[in-house]
Write a protein that binds this ligand. Structure first.
Ligand code: UPG
Ligand code: MN
Length: 741
């Protein structure tokens, strides 16, 4: 008798666990020590400022002081990530003990694409197939593709995908395939069976068709396999259809209540959506596209869970939705969580990850820290939301303007019924959002080029919490840009978007801290002011070298106690950064690239991003969302795989970087001459050290400017401009510095 009672009251098996990381103790202690060291540095700085004798020395001390204040500020914001990092595990194998498969909630999956020439439709199709093949009840899955490029090429690719999917899905299930992205599967070591080869042939023929169509820019007749397809294409893409001006296109390509795969099992829904565009109304880029999808999907399926994906982020694990359910079905640990973010991970990185595209801090280390507070930020892709979060805070429901969009509404109609389609076209219209709460209190938020960061931030301010879960097998894998110019343009766009939030009335420093407390506010402020790193890095890249060239010491001498303080601060910050990086599944080589890219980004993308932000505020120029290219040029790919930097094009960002590289080299050499003359290291040690560090970090630049002859080298005119600039800088600096005496 007793035994049965214990058996019935035994707690259900755990679905997930949470463990704080031990390094938090060290982090907290080190933060105190480092803060004290910073205080003494500022004490020194103030003394130097007070006792500086000339205007020039005052200006030098002042710029070093401001630089150090900014560096210290950024350091202080990173502490929020270090106070309580946590580790999560999910026990997906226990899920079926608490939830029957037939009770799994429905899921709407959103995939965004915006340009068939920068985002090859064939890759988008691969992403879609990888999620359509999820290990999840198919009739509960709906995949919505948003095409901001409004391209018939993309529509064509998806019509092909719908057909191929009917073979691919049963094939994956029968053979228990783990790589459900066809491209990833066929590039792996798969078992050579007759059935596999048959599927592969179908896959290759689809690939040839889609790629051909994109190459030619139009769909030739022989590729259109049915009258129905011809009708769909000609119905929408009439002569006056342009990318910036067209009616909404909504086409159900697969309907789970009708379409079955080759084994007779039902297919998931697949819907192509290209919202209405007109040149006179604002479109709000990706946030606008996602809001249109929120409404279209609400009218058709209104699933309580929504997954957002970028077109290049394919699923690498068919169990991911079930892993997410382990949190969604159990509200005990964090009752108000609104989303579960999986990290952005990438495939095809080179060994050293030369452009630090992995963004280990942004996508892995910092989220683990925020998860230990109120939850992580949203990073735009690989994130499962409760649909409810888009309609006000946990205790403050914001009613949508029409009842059909209510997140609690259950839709019972066929998704391709005439009235449903009419409604979807209405809610995907350009004027639909006028005088509504969309973008301000509802849906994804407008007003920043980093709509992901901004939306997550506002949701958290409203009281939603979140979860960060990094499974051992990456849940999603995406592409990385493989040329430095693409990398820097992406960082530049982010910089503009982040500053837009930082200096808005919702600034994390004011609004954020009030809404979420100091640590969460600081975490978000870290990103909002990310671009301000440009100032200290620029000062340290130019000032010590220019002073060195003019034989002017600007740092403490080697035997002064303050020198030790500097050493502690530099090595302490760098050391901890390196340790954190390596402890987060990193290598020393990748850490080196990471710190180098930090310097490179600061000296280029952050500066130009800040300038663009200012011109945007002044109304001089507007900057849109320039989509990162996901096209792989063969030669470029080869150089990337060998770990060679890709310059190739002329860009003002490269001029600045090359100037700093040359200047530091010249200064470093002249520093040695100076030592020989003075016969002592004392005065200039720090400056030589800093210039030497600059040189070490600039090695790829010297090669690209003076040694390489391939297409990815630094353009000659950039090298010439930069060399001249170094001369000018040196001239101006000597003029100013000589007036000192
Ligand atoms: O007007 C637009 C512009 C972009 N996109 C889509 O947005 C996604 C992200 O664009 P991408 O060029 O790849 O930007 P990244 O900088 O690589 O992306 C990061 O940063 C973006 C914010 O700047 C986030 O939206 C992304 O999720 C995040 O991965 C892609 O799927 C695009 O198709 C649209 O749907 N409409
Ligand atoms: Mn991207």
């Amino acid at each position: 008798m007793k035994m049965t009672t214990t058996a019935t009251t035994a707690p259900p098996p755990p679905l997930h666990s949470l463990r704080p990381l031990r390094r938090r103790h060290f982090n907290r202690l080190f933060a105190v020590v480092y803060a004290l060291a910073l205080l003494s540095l500022f004490y020194q700085h103030i003394l130097t400022l007070i006792y500086s004798k000339t205007l020039i020395s005052l200006l030098i001390s002042l710029s070093l002081f401001i630089s150090d204040v900014l560096l210290a500020y950024m350091w202080s914001t990173t502490q929020a990530f270090r106070m309580n990092p946590v580790h999560r595990r999910v026990f997906q194998e226990n899920l079926h003990k608490t939830l029957d498969r037939k009770d799994f909630p429905a899921m709407d999956i959103f995939i965004c694409t915006a340009d068939p020439y920068k985002e090859p439709p064939f890759n988008v199709v691969n992403t879609a197939l990888s999620v359509m093949a999820y290990d999840y009840p198919t009739e509960k899955l709906s995949v919505y593709v948003s095409d901001d490029g409004g391209s018939e090429l993309t529509m064509f690719a998806f019509m092909e995908a719908a057909k191929f999917g009917k073979l691919w899905l049963p094939f994956c299930k029968e053979n228990n395939v783990i790589e459900r992205c066809p491209d990833a599967y066929f590039s792996s070591n798969y078992a050579l069976k007759a059935k596999t080869l048959e599927i592969k042939m179908m896959y290759e023929s689809m690939k040839i068709k889609v790629e051909n169509v994109v190459e030619r820019g139009k769909i030739s007749d022989e590729y259109i396999s049915s009258e129905e397809e011809r009708q769909i294409l000609s119905q929408y893409w009439t002569n006056d259809f342009t990318r910036q001006n067209h009616p909404s296109v909504i086409q159900v390509l697969l309907n789970s209540s009708k379409d079955v795969d080759s084994e007779g099992e039902s297919m998931p829904n697949l819907v192509y959506v290209s919202r209405e565009k007109s040149k006179t109304s604002p479109h709000h880029f990706k946030a606008g596209a996602l809001n249109a999808l929120l409404r279209v999907s609400a009218s058709m399926t209104n699933a309580p869970i929504v997954l957002t994906l970028d077109c290049d982020m394919y699923s690498n694990d068919p169990l991911t939705p079930q892993r997410a359910l382990c949190y969604f079905t159990d509200k005990s640990s964090r009752p108000n969580y609104g989303y579960i973010q999986f990290p952005q991970r990438f495939h095809g990185l080179n060994k050293a990850d030369i452009y630090a595209s992995e963004h280990k801090r942004l996508f892995l280390a910092n989220p683990v820290g925020m998860d230990g507070l109120n939850g992580t930020s949203y990073v735009g892709t690989g994130c499962f939301f409760r649909r409810r979060v888009f309609f006000g805070g946990p205790s403050l429901f914001v009613q949508p303007e029409i009842p059909e969009l209510d997140p609690n509404q259950i839709v019972g109609k066929l998704i391709d019924g005439q009235d449903v389609l009419r409604l979807t076209r209405h809610v995907a219209g350009c004027n639909y959002e006028n005088q509504t709460n969309w973008g301000s209190k509802m849906g994804f938020r407008y007003g920043s080029l980093v709509e992901d960061y901004y939306t997550g931030y506002r949701l958290q301010c409203e009281g939603w919490e979140s979860i960060f879960y990094d499974p051992i097998r990456p849940a999603f894998l995406g592409d990385v840009p493989i040329s430095l110019n693409d990398v820097l343009s992406q960082t530049k766009r982010w910089s503009v978007g982040l500053l837009e939030v930082g200096f808005s009335k919702y600034s994390p420093l004011t609004f954020g801290i009030r809404a979420m407390g100091i640590l969460m506010g600081q975490s978000y402020a870290h990103y909002a002011f990310w671009p301000i790193w440009w100032f200290p890095v620029t000062i340290y890249a130019f000032l010590p070298s220019l002073a060195l060239l003019n034989a002017i010491p600007i740092f403490p001498k080697v035997y002064e106690p303050c020198f030790l303080l500097y050493m502690f601060l530099i090595l302490g910050a760098y050391g901890q950064d390196c340790l954190d990086f390596i402890l987060t599944q990193g290598t020393f080589q990748r850490w080196w690239s990471d710190q180098r890219m930090w310097l490179i980004r600061s000296l280029s993308a952050f500066i130009f991003g800040s300038i663009e932000y200012i011109t945007k505020c002044l109304g001089i120029a507007t900057h849109g969302f320039n989509v990162t290219s996901k096209v792989m040029d063969d030669e470029q790919s080869k150089r990337y795989d060998q770990g060679i930097f890709e310059f190739g094009v002329s860009s003002p960002m490269f001029v600045l970087l090359a100037t700093a590289a040359i200047l530091n080299l010249v200064a470093f050499v002249s520093g040695f001459v100076l030592i020989l003359k003075e016969r002592s290291l004392d005065n200039f040690f720090m400056q030589i050290l800093i210039a030497g560090f600059g040189v070490l970090n600039s090695l790829p630049f010297y090669g690209a400017m003076f040694l390489r002859s391939d297409k990815g080298r630094m353009p000659t005119n950039t090298t010439i401009t930069s060399t001249l600039l170094v001369g000018v800088l040196y001239g101006v600096a000597s003029l100013i510095l000589k007036t000192r005496s």
